[in-house]
Ligand binder design. Structure first.
Ligand SMILES: [Fe+2]
Ligand SMILES: [Fe+2]
Length: 271
């Protein structure tokens, strides 16, 4: 099967790129299942129910979140009144947090796909359970006991070391482990020793002529002056869709390819 994972969609330009290109990408690369990070899709902070439903209509199968999960908090009652929603937040948010940390999907071909997300702790100012402990107690037994064919772990974290530590520790347990949150793609997509597809960070889907998706001028002013009244707003130039394509094979000879389509990082992958 072929899986498409797409990094943090930032603002209107990120959404527009997804709307205009997702079906072309899915056709060209024969994608069976698509996971998109939507934590920055609503004005750079959070996601709304309208945007989530639009993404589903464009052909997304699962939407992951991150530290900005509840910045538009109307998504919380939406999830509660639509219990079959396909939104996944970090599974190590504290006990009692809204939403779900993983979901099992059954593809039309009968294959069972587990999607989960964990949040890194380093340089993150959020109450979080230990990510290793959360994966150990909430995910590993599900993969073993629920007849899961393919499993995806998204590590939403600030530092490359933590992402690599988690990935190396769980190598062989997941089909793919990939990072999000830093909004810049790394060029280390590869297969780890025990067969898990890995990329430290798959980048953002937004305007890279910016400071990680936000308009340059105010982002720089905030850094130079420490004056946080300079508002951060999503940049509005053409977005690059950044992510990865994971191809699985029956003999476990899997592969991962980083993709950048459109905008200033375009690599001419779309014919
Ligand atoms: Fe984030
Ligand atoms: Fe993000």
């Amino acid at each position: 099967m072929k899986f498409l994972v797409i990094g943090d969609v930032v603002g209107r330009t990120g959404r527009l790129a997804l709307q205009n290109n997702l079906s072309k990408i899915k056709d060209q690369f024969k994608i069976d299942f698509t996971i998109v990070n939507g934590e920055n899709s609503a004005g750079g902070y959070g996601i709304t129910s309208k945007i989530y439903e639009e993404m589903m209509n464009w052909g997304v199968d699962a939407v992951t979140l991150g530290n900005h999960a509840w910045k538009k908090d109307e998504i919380i009652p939406y999830m509660e009144s639509n219990p079959n929603h396909n939104i996944i937040r970090p599974l190590n948010f504290p006990e009692g947090s809204p939403g779900q940390g993983f979901k099992i999907f059954t593809h039309l071909n009968g294959k069972r796909i587990l999607v989960c997300q964990v949040h890194g702790e380093t340089f993150i100012d959020l109450p979080l359970d230990n990510p290793f402990q959360s994966i150990d107690t909430k995910i590993l037994s599900i993969i073993n006991d629920h007849d899961i064919d393919y499993s995806f772990l998204e590590v939403h974290a600030e530092v490359t070391s933590e992402k690599n530590g988690i990935a190396q520790h769980y190598d062989g347990k997941f089909t793919a482990i990939y990072g999000t949150h830093v909004h810049i793609p790394t060029m280390d997509a590869r297969i780890l020793d025990k067969g898990t597809c890995f990329q430290t960070d798959i980048g953002m889907t937004g305007d890279y002529n910016s400071v990680i998706g936000m308009k340059k001028d105010n982002a720089i002013k905030r850094m130079r002056t420490k004056n946080l009244t300079h508002r951060l707003e999503p940049a509005e130039g053409e977005a690059t869709i950044s992510g990865a394509i994971i191809t699985t094979n029956p003999d476990n000879n899997n592969s991962i390819q980083s993709i950048q389509i459109g905008g200033v990082l375009d690599r001419n992958l779309l014919s």
